[in-house]
Design a binder for this molecule. Structure first.
Ligand SMILES: [Zn+2]
Length: 353
């Protein structure tokens, strides 16, 4: 449904497009209402709903800006994933306004690089698992690492980790029930050009956590023992709350390091190596918690509202760092907000080379 109805909107307003914006105010509901008007059932949305929508849009405005910074070097690699990165570049590019409702006019790209899609995914996983996990006592975080590897064997190494974890799971299943979540992550060390794939897990039962760690060390005798960390969730976070789960879900693939208040993204080749190595592999796996949640974010419906009635398409402008009306040329978020995002983030974000 990309840019659905854009042709109709363009047709509807043909001939009015050259008028300056002040002559074409928002279609005020009261002023425009006539007998049999199509908008008669629509109510002006509550202020709280409008505020929440704009808060979300402002977050996405920042994410669109950062996405572009990461994605341009990835697109410029001109490899087999170029199309994938281009789709991510135009993720959530158009917003369709139907009266008071704002909807994605394009698509969500589903890329693991995309900050917008990652954010939606995080919310989706928390919605699915938070309540369920809260019912369990004695939750533990575990980190399982393997020795660092070069990029050319990263995919095989991840495959090996999957197989070995499956072996461990079968062993545990003989006596116990494995309940928890497992997440795959990969860090990159730019000085050494090494990749550090690892698992983060949250599992129920201290003895199960210890068993997983011990079996892992048996299968990976060269893994650093002290790196196989177990932490009691309640110790770490006082109590199990959304924050503790957020830590686990936060990034589909964390592709940066924070340093001195700056966010340094891995170089494009390293991000691409990680994306390639994880391609088609599950990042999150749930055990004993019902059906797996899909990574697809297009299933999530985000209702956003605006208090100015209009039928329009707002299209992302990378120069304005804002969504701009295709009809009137005004901006969806405050006109100067794009410049503020630029000012705040252009020196804060760096793509390592
Ligand atoms: Zn996306």
């Amino acid at each position: 449904m990309q840019y659905k109805n854009v042709a109709n909107i363009k047709k509807l307003y043909r001939g009015k497009q050259n008028l300056p914006p002040q002559n074409l105010p928002y279609l005020d509901k009261l002023a425009q209402l006539g007998p049999g008007d199509l908008i008669k059932n629509e109510q002006t949305p509550a202020k709280s709903e409008v505020d929440a929508s704009f808060k979300l849009l402002r977050k996405r405005q920042i994410k669109k800006y950062i996405n572009a910074k990461i994605l341009i070097p990835l697109i410029n690699l001109h490899n087999i994933r170029e199309k994938h990165y281009k789709l991510a570049y135009t993720c959530f590019n158009g917003i369709y306004q139907d009266g008071y409702t704002l909807k994605n006019a394009g698509y969500y790209c589903n890329s693991r690089v995309c900050l917008i899609c990652n954010n939606i995914r995080t919310a989706k996983y928390i919605n699915k698992y938070y309540d369920t996990l809260q019912e369990y006592q004695d939750l533990h975080f575990i980190t399982l690492t393997v020795p660092a590897v070069n990029g050319d064997v990263l995919r095989d190494t991840i495959g090996d980790m999957y197989r070995k974890f499956t072996l461990i799971r079968y062993k545990i299943k003989r006596k116990d029930k494995l309940i928890g979540l497992r997440k795959l992550e990969c860090n990159y060390n730019i000085e050494k050009n090494w990749y550090n794939p690892h698992y983060h897990l949250i599992v129920q039962g201290k003895h199960i956590a210890a068993r997983i760690r011990d079996e892992w060390l048996r299968l990976y005798p060269n893994a650093v023992k002290s790196a196989q960390d177990i932490q009691e969730v309640e110790d770490e976070y006082t109590e199990f709350n959304e924050k503790s789960l957020l830590e686990l879900f936060k990034y589909m693939t964390k592709l940066w390091v924070s340093k001195n208040g700056k966010i340094n993204f891995y170089p494009a080749y390293a991000i691409d190596t990680i994306i390639e190595a994880m391609w088609g592999k599950r990042i999150f796996v749930a055990y004993g918690l019902g059906k797996q949640v899909s990574e697809n974010v297009n299933t999530e419906e985000y209702k956003m509202v605006i208090d100015k009635y209009r039928n329009d398409i707002w299209e992302w402008s990378k120069d304005m760092v804002n969504w701009v009306s295709i009809q009137y040329g005004d901006t969806l978020l405050p006109y100067d907000s794009g410049a503020k995002v630029l000012k705040k983030y252009q020196n804060k974000i760096e793509i390592l080379k």
